[in-house]
Write a protein that binds this ligand. Structure first.
Ligand SMILES: N[C@@H](CCC(=O)N[C@@H](CS)C(=O)NCC(=O)O)C(=O)O
Length: 195
């Protein structure tokens, strides 16, 4: 039986799982979590009400990191060591802050204002980008694993949502360019129509 992955095209958390599943067959079911129908469907699937959700027969797995572990075990994909896990936690911090900033924007909050809540999230993203710079300019250019997939998904999405700019961080532009032509990166790219 093949998997069903529930998510959306722009979501970076979903995209990294689609990248991970490059060689694993699955049906992709797109839902709009910000509309009532999609929101209702999501409520039936997960108490956390976030995408992605993976369905494998009678099993429903939520949270992209847990899905990564589940698929790793089932398909012999290499697990991350503790250092890679630390990198992934850093990317996830930036991802969560990016999503929080987007939700603020959509709630009418000016995300360029000096509000404490805004600053906390912005500072986290800046700190993560600073921390990941050695990775993004070395191993991150050579390897393609769940850490690089996650970093790529975050940067591409955050630029698209105008949550970050990379004007002062050309190394990250280079990181994106280095991986942009991978077939799975192209297949999963954020649709032009949404841009
Ligand atoms: N820890 C979760 C985070 C997933 C997440 O934040 N997904 C976003 C979409 S990019 C979402 O569902 N946001 C809706 C919400 O939080 O209300 C994971 O890794 O799957």
């Amino acid at each position: 039986m093949s998997y069903t992955l529930i998510g959306s095209h722009p979501s970076p958390f979903v995209r990294r799982i689609r990248m991970l599943m490059e060689s694993i067959p699955f049906d992709f079911r797109e839902i709009n979590i910000y509309e009532s129908e999609g929101n209702l469907e999501l409520s039936r699937l997960t108490p956390v009400k976030q995408i992605p959700v993976l369905i494998d027969g009678d099993r429903t797995i939520w949270d992209s990191r847990i899905i990564f572990g589940y698929l790793s075990d089932k398909h012999g994909i290499a697990r991350l060591n503790w250092e890679q896990d630390n990198l992934l936690t850093a990317v996830d911090g930036a991802l969560n802050s990016g999503v929080a900033l987007l939700l603020m924007k959509r709630s009418g909050i000016d995300i360029t204002s000096p509000l404490m809540l805004v600053n906390r999230h912005r500072e986290r993203i800046d700190s993560v980008l600073e921390f990941l710079l050695p990775y993004a300019t070395n191993e991150g250019l050579r390897e393609w694993n769940f850490v690089t997939m996650s970093l790529y998904s975050f940067l591409d999405w955050a630029l698209f949502r105008e949550v970050i700019t990379l004007d002062s961080r050309p190394a990250y532009k280079n990181f994106l360019l280095t991986h942009a032509e991978r077939p799975i990166v192209r297949t999963t790219q954020i649709p032009e129509a949404l841009k």
